[in-house]
Design a protein around this ligand. Structure first.
Ligand code: FAD
Ligand code: NAP
Length: 505
C-alpha cells in the first residue's frame, strides 16, 4: 500500500508523539528497512553547529534549554572559541567580552561538546555532518571583507579593517600583517563602529592599551606609530553615519586627541534634528556638538594640549588609491565628491563629477565584512553574501539551518546575533516537534565525525583543552599587567592544549 506524503507525515507525527509520551521506554528500530516500535530508548536529537562564535553558542544555549534530550556538538575552525568576541571586539571594551562566561557555561553543559581545530568544508564536509547528525546549523560568520574595487587597493599601506582588527586582536592569520604606521595621516573608509574601533586603537594613548588584551606585537608597533591624524570618511552625510552614540562619545572623549571637523559639513543639520527619530537625534546632536560647539575652558585646554586629531569627512567615495612617486606604496586617496538624493537613513550618494585628493600614507577600508560559501553542497546567495534561508531554515536543504552573520549579513551587535540565533533554534525545535526532521533514524553524531577526522589526521581541541590555553594566556598576561596575553600561533595553541598538567612554556 502506498501512502501519500501527507499521510506519511501524519504517521511520523503520531509515532513521534508516542515516542515523546513514553520517552525512554519506547523507540523505533530499523530492521531490513522496516521500522518497528521497540522497547529501546528513542534516539535523542543530535544537532551539530558549525562555528564557535556568538551565533553558535547562543543557538546551542537555546536548544539545550528547550529540550532535555538534545545533544549539541559545536565545530570550530580555530583551536580557540568565541569568534569575534575574541578576535573582533576591541581590546579596550573588556565588559563586552563578559558574554564569554555564558558561552563557557553552555560549552560545559553535559549535553554539549566543543570540537575546535576542525575546519568544516575542509576537514569534514557539510554532507558528512548531515549524515552524522539529525540537523546541522551553519553559524560560521563572515570571514571575508567587502573590497572597495578601486585601482591601487592592493598597494602597500592599504589594509582592510578586518585584517587590521585581526592583527591587534591576535588572530593567527593576521599575525604577520606588520602595518606600516610611519605616516602622519590615516584615512579610514566607512563610518561604522568598526571604523571607530580602528580609529580609537590608532589614536589611544599607550597607557590605556597596555592594560588591555591587545597583542604585544600590536603594542610595540603602535608605540612606534607616527600617525597623528585620522580621517573617518563617509560616502553619505552626517545624518547617515553608521556608528552608535556610545562609540562616538568615546572618540569625543579620547584622551590626547581633539576633533577637527569641517563646519560647512554641518550646514542645515541643526535644523534637521527635530524631525529625527530619538537614537539618530541623540547621535547627531553629539556629532554637531563635537564639530561646532565652542567648548568650555577645560575642554578647550584639553584640546589645545592634544597631539593627535580625528575627524569625520562626508560625501566622499574612494575612486583610487594614489601611489607614491616610486609606485611602491599608498601616498593618497582620490575621492569622488558626492551629493545626496532622498532623505534620512535611506538617502543615497550620487557623484557630482568633482574630485578631491587627500594625502595619506595609511588607508584602512572599513566598509563591511562579508560571508563566504563554506561548501559546494550548501546553497549560497552571492549577491547578498548570505545563506538563503527562511527563518533560519536553509532554503532547499532539509536538515540544514543557519544563524548569525551568515544568516542575515554582517551587521548587528552581539544582542542582535543572540535574538537571531534563538529564532533559528526555535525554528529547529519546531521541525523536531512536527516531525519535519527525521528522528526515526538514530545518528552517531561526533563518534562518526571523530572517526573521519582521525582518518584525516585532524586532532580536535576540546573545551577542556581550550581551558589550558586560557589559563596559559591569563598567566602570561598577569606577568605583563594585562587580562591575558593571547597565543597567536595555531601550533603553539595546539602544543599548550595537549600539555598534560600545568603549562610551563
Ligand atoms: P563570528 O563571531 O564571526 O563567529 C563565527 C565563528 O565561526 C568563528 O569562530 C569562526 O572561526 C568560525 N568558523 C568560520 N568558518 C568556519 C569553518 N569553516 N568551520 C568551523 N568554524 C568556522 N558587537 C557588540 O555587541 N559589541 C562590540 O563591541 C562589538 N565589536 C565588534 C567589533 C568588530 C571588529 C566586529 C567585526 C564586530 C563587533 N561586534 C560587536 C559584532 C559581533 O561581533 C557580531 O554580532 C557577532 O560576533 C556575530 O556572530 P557570529 O557567530 O555570526 O560570527
Ligand atoms: P556597518 O555598521 O555596516 O558600517 C559600514 C560603513 O561602510 C558604513 O558607513 C557604510 O556607509 C560604509 N560603506 C559600505 N559600503 C561602502 C562603499 N562601497 N563605499 C563607501 N562606504 C561604504 O559595518 P561595520 O562597521 O563593519 O560593523 C559591523 C557590525 O558590527 C555593525 O552592526 C556594528 O554596529 C557592529 N559593531 C559593534 C561595535 C560596538 O558595539 N562597539 C563595534 C564594532 C562593530 P553607508 O551607510 O553609506 O552604506
Amino acid at each position: 500500500m502506498k501512502l501519500s506524503s501527507h499521510k506519511l507525515a501524519l504517521c511520523k507525527m503520531k509515532m513521534l508523539k508516542l515516542l515523546r509520551t513514553s520517552a525512554g521506554q519506547t523507540g523505533i528500530i530499523q530492521f531490513n528497512g522496516v521500522r518497528k516500535l521497540s522497547s529501546i530508548p528513542a534516539p535523542s536529537p543530535k544537532v551539530c553547529i558549525v562555528g564557535g562564535g556568538p551565533a553558535g553558542f547562543y543557538t546551542a544555549q537555546h536548544l539545550l534549554k528547550a529540550r532535555p534530550d538534545v545533544q549539541v556538538d559545536i565545530y570550530e575552525r580555530l583551536p580557540v572559541p568565541f569568534g569575534l568576541v575574541r578576535f573582533g571586539v576591541a581590546p579596550d571594551h573588556p565588559e563586552v567580552k563578559n558574554v564569554i562566561n555564558t558561552f563557557t557555561q553552555t560549552a560545559q553543559h553535559t549535553r554539549c561538546s566543543f570540537h575546535g581545530n576542525v575546519s568544516v568544508g575542509k576537514d569534514v564536509s557539510v554532507e558528512e555532518l548531515q549524515r552524522a547528525y539529525h540537523a546541522v546549523v551553519l553559524s560560521y560568520g563572515a570571514d571575508g571583507n567587502r573590497r572597495m574595487g578601486v585601482p591601487g587597493e592592493d598597494l602597500a599601506g592599504v589594509y582592510s579593517a578586518k585584517d587590521f582588527v585581526g592583527w591587534y586582536n591576535g588572530l593567527p592569520r593576521n599575525k604577520e600583517l606588520k602595518p606600516d604606521l610611519s605616516c602622519d595621516t590615516a584615512v579610514i573608509l566607512g563610518q561604522g563602529n568598526v571604523a571607530l574601533d580602528v580609529a580609537r586603537i590608532l589614536l589611544s594613548p599607550l597607557e590605556i592599551l597596555k592594560k588591555t588584551d591587545i597583542t604585544e606585537l600590536a603594542l610595540a608597533t603602535l608605540a612606534e606609530s607616527r600617525v597623528r591624524r585620522v580621517l573617518i570618511m563617509g560616502r553619505r552625510g552626517p545624518l547617515q553615519v553608521a556608528c552608535t552614540i556610545k562609540e562616538l562619545r568615546e572618540m569625543v572623549n579620547l584622551p590626547g586627541t581633539r576633533p577637527e571637523m569641517v563646519h560647512a559639513d554641518f550646514n542645515g543639520i541643526a535644523e534637521a534634528l527635530k524631525a529625527l527619530p530619538r537614537p539618530r537625534k541623540r547621535l547627531t546632536e553629539l556629532l554637531v556638538k563635537a564639530a561646532m560647539e565652542v567648548p568650555g575652558e577645560q575642554e578647550q585646554e584639553r584640546r589645545r594640549l592634544a597631539s593627535r586629531s580625528w575627524a569625520f569627512r562626508f560625501l566622499r567615495s574612494p575612486l583610487e588609491v594614489l601611489p607614491s612617486a616610486d609606485l611602491t606604496r599608498a601616498a593618497g586617496l582620490r575621492l569622488a565628491v558626492n551629493r545626496l538624493e532622498g532623505s534620512g537613513d535611506g538617502a543615497w550618494a550620487v557623484t557630482t563629477g568633482e574630485v578631491e585628493d587627500v594625502a595619506c600614507g595609511l588607508v584602512i577600508s572599513s566598509i563591511g565584512y562579508k560571508s563566504l560559501p563554506i561548501d559546494p553542497s550548501v546553497p549560497f546567495d552571492p549577491s547578498k553574501a548570505i545563506i538563503p534561508n527562511t527563518m533560519g531554515r536553509v532554503q532547499q536543504a532539509a536538515g540544514l539551518y543557519c544563524s548569525g552573520w551568515v544568516k542575515r549579513g554582517p551587521t548587528g551587535v552581539i544582542a542582535t546575533t543572540m535574538n537571531d540565533s534563538f529564532d533559528t533554534a526555535r525554528t529547529l525545535l519546531q521541525d523536531l516537534e512536527s516531525g519535519a526532521l527525521d528522528l526515526l533514524t538514530a545518528k552517531t553524531g561526533s563518534q562518526e565525525v571523530a572517526a573521519l577526522l582521525e582518518e584525516r589526521g585532524v586532532k580536535p581541541v576540546f573545551f577542556s583543552d581550550w581551558e589550558k590555553i586560557d589559563s596559559e594566556e591569563v598567566r602570561r598576561g598577569e606577568a605583563r599587567g594585562k587580562p591575558r596575553d593571547k597565543l597567536q600561533d595555531v601550533e603553539e595553541m595546539l602544543l599548550v592544549a595537549r600539555t598534560q598538567g600545568p603549562t610551563t612554556l
